[in-house]
Design a protein around this ligand. Structure first.
Ligand SMILES: *Cc1c(COP(=O)(O)O)cnc(C)c1O
Length: 221
């Protein structure tokens, strides 16, 4: 199997930058998980980063993720995270495949997940996605509706482990990371999925417990 040393090097450099940002913020580097966003990346790059020791992966689409990680391609010891929008008709498939679903953002999805989890006995960890910039084209619950939505999820029997956001491109990300953290704190939610290739160090300073990094690890898609 060909290995690409540049991917291992890039991963090491990113882990180092995460560790430095965590230390600067008075946090332990081990508090922050690097999620490698493997969507649309060729298999040889995935193989290289697996060789380098990466075990946590993020995917945007249930179908693409199933093709890459399910069936005969299933590997032990990996953690798969869904970070793209979920349709309720894919809830059962998502529950079967993913260890973490980060994009719970409406009642219909919450209900479909609760049902799929009850049926299958699988209990992926769940995050609520918050549309911190209130952008119409983005998924996520509005910040003002987040408390009620989290409460509704809990009523349905879902345990919400974390919150996730994707800040608007042209605004300082820190404002959005701070807002997400505040919503988490007042709702007793412990984990924060925030920060991507361009801003993961900022996210770590604002309390991210996982960062979702694609292009900085693998190159362009
Ligand atoms: C694609 C994607 C990422 C990774 O983005 P990069 O800028 O390539 O690091 C992170 N989070 C989500 C939700 C994504 O869709």
């Amino acid at each position: 199997m060909p290995t690409d040393p540049s991917i291992a090097d890039r991963r090491a450099a990113i882990l180092d930058r995460i560790a430095r940002a965590a230390t600067e913020a008075g946090r332990a580097a081990s508090d922050v998980t690097l999620v490698a966003v493997s969507k649309l990346q060729p298999q040889e790059k995935i193989a290289a980063i697996l060789d380098a020791g990466q075990r946590v992966f993020g995917e945007n689409r249930v179908q693409e993720a199933a093709g890459r990680w399910a069936g005969e391609n299933r590997r032990e010891g990996l953690e798969l995270r869904l970070i793209g929008p979920l349709q309720s008709n894919k809830a059962a498939e998502a529950v079967a495949l993913f260890d973490v679903i980060e994009t719970v953002d409406r009642e219909k999805i919450a209900g479909a997940l609760a049902e799929a989890m009850a049926k299958s006995g699988r209990t992926p960890r769940l995050y609520v996605q918050v549309n911190t910039g209130e952008e119409p084209q983005k998924a996520g619950v509005a910040p003002a509706a987040a408390d009620a939505f989290i409460a509704r999820c809990r009523d349905l029997g879902l345990s919400i482990e974390g919150l996730m956001c994707i800040p608007p491109e042209r605004e300082p990300a820190g404002l959005h990371f701070a807002l997400l953290r505040k919503i988490a704190e007042r709702n007793g939610v412990g984990k924060l999925s925030m920060g991507m290739s361009g801003d993961f160090e900022t996210a770590v300073r604002f309390g991210a417990t996982s960062v979702r990094v694609g292009t900085a690890l693998f190159g362009g898609r």
